[in-house]
Design a protein around this ligand. Sequence first.
Ligand code: SF4
Ligand code: SF4
Length: 443
Amino acid sequence: MVRQLLFSFALLVTLGFFAFTSLRIVRFFRLTQPAFRVTDFGKRCQVMLKVAIGQTKIFRQPVTGFFHALVFWGFCVIAFGSIEMVIDGISGADKSLQVLGPFYTLITASGDIFALLVAISILLFLFRRIFLHVRRFEGIEMKPVSHHDARIALTLILLLMVSLLGMNSGTVALQRTTGRELAGTYPVSNFLAGLLGDWEPSALGAFTETCWWTHILLIFLFANILPYSKHFHVFMSVPNVFLSRLEPLGKLANMDSITREVKMMLDPAAAAAFTGDAPVSRFGVKDAEDISWKNYLDSLSCTECGRCTSVCPANLTGKRLSPRKIMMDVRARMKKKGPGLVREGASFSDGMALIRDYISEEEIWACTTCNACAKECPININHPSLIVDLRRYLVMEEASAPGGIKGVFNNIENDGAPWQYSPEDRLLWARDLEMNTHQPAGI
Ligand code: SF4
Ligand code: SF4
């Protein structure tokens, strides 16, 4: 009974803190702008199964992709055991899901094997982070805190796997010593239990209990640390892939406000229908409150893996632009300004903005909108759409653009084309050509 009370208290504290964090994030989402309507659920499920569950984009780098996929699939299987631990902890039962029969055997066996595979993968990832200086983990946006964050999360996952294997091995060894029936199958722990062969039943019981508590408390701790770290993608990546933009990458979203203006110019009669609309408060994106919910979801899901930056032609040719930094800046800006906006409303200002204070104009204009970053991102984050919206603000509200582009804008405005020629001169190139003006027979 004391055990159940202690467990319930720990669970309540965990859920309470998690609810507090979730509420804070939901409030930030409320500050954002509409993006697109979520439809095509069948197609979204397909994309989610292929990209998120199948990890297909991760496999573009086959070796690291393989180990990352092992960790992801391992988490999915092991989560089943964690749910059972919560049920056991509240009810005081032992292995309460064994009623599932053969399915339970399958899940416990695969969970035990995955625990070892995940532990090996994490050890390799830690080795790579500490001893191999992988280029895509470096960059102006990768401060020491980013590296510490990654190492802490990897270490926590390793401890989770070690405590899980310890708990399973203790259970198997205890069953061998006492002759009790064992629920589930544990191929790896069967082997590890041999190392505990000489232990007294009381010592085995204490060891198993310690591993059980260590494992579940680490899960509680991990769940509450994740939202404050880059490893939030553990929760966010699957929903983010489900909510991917389904349109072709190169298609730019129209701005509704501009479309409306154009329609009103072309059809003055339609203007009456729009007179009740509220004035547009902002063209494009200047600060945290102008981004769409999808931009913010993208930023929370970003795992800082650097795959996008590693294929960005602007970055590869020495420009300041790093698509990973754009996502990290959005997340940091909302974290900084969000609480003030929630507290004081839209009038809140801290004298800074996403543009210039976080993302420079140089970065914004270095983008070629090639979409290589969006194509490479393993969780379908779309950077160019946000970069274009940042440009839209600069051009439409500040008339700010690099000199060459300003010339193009002037030409379009004055001559109806990007080139500096009068519309009357447009056909001069054909002046001396002999034109066949005879109609072919039969037409
Ligand atoms: S779209 Fe822009 S940010 Fe993305 S890879 Fe191309 S140049 Fe880089
Ligand atoms: S945007 Fe995507 S590819 Fe780039 S760092 Fe984040 S998760 Fe990795």
